[in-house]
Design a protein around this ligand. Structure first.
Ligand SMILES: [Cu+2]
Length: 346
């Protein structure tokens, strides 16, 4: 993918919002009426997108094959690793994870030079069952030192902390992180190399799901949603926000679910530079399991907030067919990409 410079007008998101009316002509590249208020529809034929389905709603996502990110595929992509059985009868799961530098077109014409696990933002969602033995074979094929820091219970050497055990893994080096899957819950992993904010914000994070040994009620549909942001101008805030890596994707490609089905969502916040993120669902409520570490929910609500690294599990059923919006209830984030629809059918 060709590397291009970001459009010069992407300088300050708050400036963009405050100066929305003045900025409308320049913003036509994005095709997003979110910043334009009641401004007339903008031509976006060159972007190959059709906004006719969403009058009054922001949209303008890059098609996944062009962006290099497919949030819909990431939703239900649980990587259970290479499975074998140890002499003591336990399950061993192994993964090959490689740090790679890769460019993504996160918004029309906006190229984000990402740092990735396995070429993805977010990285692969690793799935295990409580008590499994895990080996993560990490290779650093990028241009900077990195680590893999897992949230869970394990020894100091396996924690992916700079200065402890293997510490930073230099470009061209490998290391195998080895620990057991505990405790069960909705977790995450991310790089812990300094400057930490940069290493996370560049894209080095992913979901880490540990299923309880006793199991849960079988879900009809299970998915992961990683909330992130993109700092595209080198400043100290984000210009774009998303779920599963691509702003506005779920406006143009709603999450398809079945009426009455038990839907389980692992929600993970990795957002850098902003102190808090949130998830709000329209016209419905869900049971919330903070960190996914208990078998009973603690809350029945339609909105949850999470700081960075916080995560939880949502369970819900949609009683009616139709299109139901979900978005950050920090609405500024919603209008910069963290917004989408569920499409419920019979
Ligand atoms: Cu890193």
């Amino acid at each position: 993918m060709a590397v291009e410079h970001n459009p010069p007008f992407v300088t300050s998101r708050r400036g963009l919002l405050l100066g929305a009316v003045a900025a409308v002509p320049a913003l036509s590249l994005f095709g997003s009426p979110a910043w334009a208020g009641d401004a007339p529809a903008m031509d976006q034929g060159a972007m190959g997108m059709d906004r006719a389905d969403h009058p009054g709603f922001p949209t303008g996502s890059v098609p996944p094959d062009r962006a290099g990110i497919d949030p819909t595929a990431i939703l239900r992509d649980f990587d259970k690793g290479q499975v074998s059985t140890l002499p003591d009868g336990r399950i061993l799961r192994e993964w090959e994870i490689t740090a790679l530098d890769r460019d993504f077109e996160i918004a029309p014409g906006v190229i984000f030079p990402g740092w990735t696990y396995n070429g993805r933002i977010p990285g692969p969602t690793l799935w295990a069952q409580e008590g499994d033995a895990l080996r993560i074979h990490f290779t650093n094929a990028s241009s900077h030192p990195h680590t893999m820091h897992f949230h869970g219970v394990h020894t100091a050497e396996m924690d992916g902390t700079p200065g402890v055990g293997p510490g930073n893994i230099a470009p061209g080096s490998t290391f195998t992180y080895e620990f057991d899957a505990t405790p069960f819950g909705t977790h995450l992993y991310h790089c812990h190399t300094s400057p930490l904010a940069v290493h996370i914000a560049k894209g080095l994070y992913g979901g880490f799901i540990i299923e309880p040994k006793a199991g849960r009620e079988p879900a009809d549909d299970e998915m992961v949603m990683v909330m992130n942001g993109y700092n595209t101008d080198g400043g100290d805030n984000n210009e774009f926000y998303s779920v599963n890596g691509l702003p506005f994707h779920f406006m143009d490609n709603p999450v398809k679910v079945k009426k009455g089905a038990l839907v389980r969502i692992h929600l993970i916040n990795v957002l850098e530079y902003d102190p808090i993120n949130s998830f709000h669902l329209h016209a419905n409520f869900f049971h919330y399991y903070p960190t996914g570490t208990m078998l009973t929910p603690s809350e029945f609500t339609d909105t949850v907030s999470q700081v960075q690294g916080q995560r939880g599990m949502l369970e819900l059923r949609f009683p009616y067919v139709g299109r139901y919006m979900f978005h950050a209830h920090k609405t500024e984030f919603a209008e910069l990409g963290w917004i989408g629809f569920f499409e419920v059918t019979e």
